[in-house]
Design a binder for this molecule. Structure first.
Ligand code: FAD
Length: 543
């Protein structure tokens, strides 16, 4: 099979137009093309008056070699890459040791799934609840201002991205096509098959809920086991014969001590108590850069018009997304983060007395507003020096200030762009109605964000307004604070995926600082599962 990329057709073309376009591009007679499948479909809206659909296609040809020979050096015509996933090993039928996976987010879920498919029967622990019960608790904060600290947007089955836009793309290097494996498993669990071909696939919240349940059933059928409301509170370490330290057991919130020498630690970026415990036990933890800011909201129709012009609302385009970035004079970078077209801003705290924002949407992306994180990059040396966990103290401080600024009832502080640029507090909002539940309080965001963040916004917003018309409209609303953009720490691991100073501990996913987003966390889960399986086989006493 050959892969043809960058085949461009006008927006709104008939499906039947693809075959003649392939013939024309490659100079084929119709009989030379035996069949084709769409590998990827994107749109190019750089020229609003001539939006194009851009295809990558896998072609079955009568004579592949002859066609390839006619286009030597053509970067857009190659043999189709082998994207099939192959397990690195299989458990021996007699294998009775069980790896433990801590965290049932995308990373832990894929680590568990791959281990289960290889015949290792993982025990998956999560401090939160199974996803249906968790959904009720999460809505408790959004509807009744009642936070359940162990069961919320951050904690529980499916992890942090369960109530999200379900965006499924990532910029990580993926030479083994592990992202494809993730998407195929999602489709097998009920995701729409389009995610395999769309350039920027997304699933939306409701489907994610049923998908994680389906994947749980698969893992259980393969011999895996889940334990909910089971938090890892401590680790027991021991000396190996060579003097190095290794993991021996996990102490659980249930009171149990679970003997465990091979543990995937996929606890996400909000497991602050777990990070502190690991640091106290001497596991190598270091501060890393992350970003802080707000969620910004505009009516989706403004974004659609700015991006697609007269073609806004065309069914092939869907709700428009954007990515923006600006390098400020003081060296800081302001950028859009986790943009959710046609979605809503959600309360995403896991700790009492704190306010954190994030965004979600449904598959249809049909809600009134577009929202996106608007954040400023910060780094340990400049902004939280001295201690590996100083970043967490900073996050907590800003989240507590936001709680207070919102009125101390889980309302979030909000300010219009017009007021922010004019350096005055907001006392009322304009035409843009913020979607954050349980509600917002118009105020001055300088009460809960550092001055350098607001100055960076003042510099960047007019620039963004020139790229997306109305982006800096005075009525656009900014709701704070967005502090959990990625993990503020890294639990450093070596090339064998184990902690650099505690063997048997496999830090993984976003919390450990090795992923950012659902897809990259899931990919990391696969890689770590493979490392775990290979270690378990290497450790096996020879018969
Ligand atoms: P997590 O998903 O955070 O999972 C960690 C799990 O570990 C949790 O279930 C938690 O309960 C459990 N845990 C924590 N501590 C312990 C402990 N001590 N013992 C036992 N269990 C523990 N990313 C995207 O790519 N696309 C999006 O559209 C998107 N939208 C988002 C919207 C929201 C509202 C949020 C909050 C995040 C969003 N993200 C999105 C980010 C994405 O969710 C994360 O990058 C991803 O979930 C990280 O996966 P993970 O498995 O590493 O960690």
């Amino acid at each position: 099979m050959l892969r043809l990329s960058e085949l461009r057709l006008p927006l709104g073309h008939a499906p039947e137009a693809l075959a003649p376009a392939i013939h024309a591009r490659l100079g084929l007679e119709p009989a030379d093309l035996l069949g084709f499948v769409i590998a990827r479909r994107a749109n190019d809206a750089r020229r609003k008056s001539a939006i194009m659909m851009v295809y990558t296609l896998d072609l079955t040809l009568r004579d592949e070699d002859a066609v390839l020979a006619r286009f030597p050096g053509d970067p857009n015509l190659k043999r189709r890459p082998d994207t099939d996933y192959r397990f690195v090993t299989r458990a021996e039928p007699s294998e009775d040791r069980r790896p433990v996976v801590v965290g049932a987010g995308p990373c832990g879920l894929f680590a568990g799934l791959i281990l289960a498919r290889m015949g290792f029967r993982p025990i998956i622990l999560d401090r939160g609840k199974a996803v249906r019960e968790r959904t009720k608790d999460t809505w408790g904060l959004w509807r009744r201002r009642e936070l359940t600290p162990e069961s919320n947007v951050q904690f529980g089955e499916g992890g942090a991205g369960t109530f999200s836009d379900g965006k499924l793309w990532s910029q990580v290097k993926d030479p083994r096509h592990l992202g494809r494996k993730v998407l195929e498993e999602f489709v097998a669990a009920g995701a729409p098959p389009e995610i395999l071909t769309e350039a920027h696939p997304h699933i939306g919240t409701f489907r994610l809920v049923t998908m994680v349940e389906s994947m749980r059933r698969t893992i259980e059928e393969l011999g895996g086991e889940y334990r909910w409301q089971t938090r890892v509170d401590d680790v027991e370490l021991e000396r190996a014969p060579d003097g190095s330290r290794r993991l021996a057991a996990l102490r659980l919130s249930t009171g149990e001590t679970l003997a465990a020498d091979t543990v995937v630690l996929a606890v996400g970026h909000s497991a602050r108590d777990t990070f502190a415990m690991l640091h106290e036990r001497g596991v190598h933890v270091e501060a890393k850069p992350f970003s802080i800011g707000v969620r910004i909201e505009h009516p989706q129709s403004w974004i659609d018009r700015a991006r697609f012009g007269a073609c806004a609302k065309h069914p092939d385009l869907g709700a428009a997304a954007y990515t923006l970035s600006h390098h400020c004079r003081d060296g800081r970078t302001v950028y859009s983060f986790c943009m959710c077209p046609g979605g809503r801003v959600v309360a995403a705290t896991s700790e009492e007395g704190r306010v954190v924002t994030n965004g979600m949407s449904q598959y249809s992306r049909a809600e009134f507003n577009a929202n996106s994180g608007l954040v400023v990059g910060i780094d340990p040396d400049r902004d939280y020096p001295g201690h590996p966990l100083a970043s967490i103290a900073l996050q907590r401080e800003l989240e507590s200030l936001a709680f207070k600024a919102g009125g101390s009832d889980y309302s979030a502080p909000a300010q219009t762009v017009g007021d922010l640029l004019a350096r005055r507090p907001s006392t009322a909002l304009g035409s843009v109605v913020p979607s954050y539940k349980p509600g917002v309080t118009p105020t001055d965001l300088s009460t809960c964000l550092p001055a350098f963040v607001l100055e960076a916004f003042r510099e960047a917003l007019p620039v963004f307004g020139r790229q997306i018309e109305n982006y800096d409209h005075p009525d656009a609303v900014m709701t704070g604070v967005e502090t959990r953009t990625s993990s503020p720490i890294r639990i450093r691991r070596g090339s064998d995926f184990q902690s650099v100073n505690v063997s048997g501990l496999f830090p993984a996913g976003e919390g450990a600082g090795y992923a950012g987003g659902i897809l990259s966390a899931a990919i990391d889960g696969i890689k770590v599962a493979e490392a775990v399986a290979l270690k378990m086989q290497a450790d096996r006493p020879r018969q």
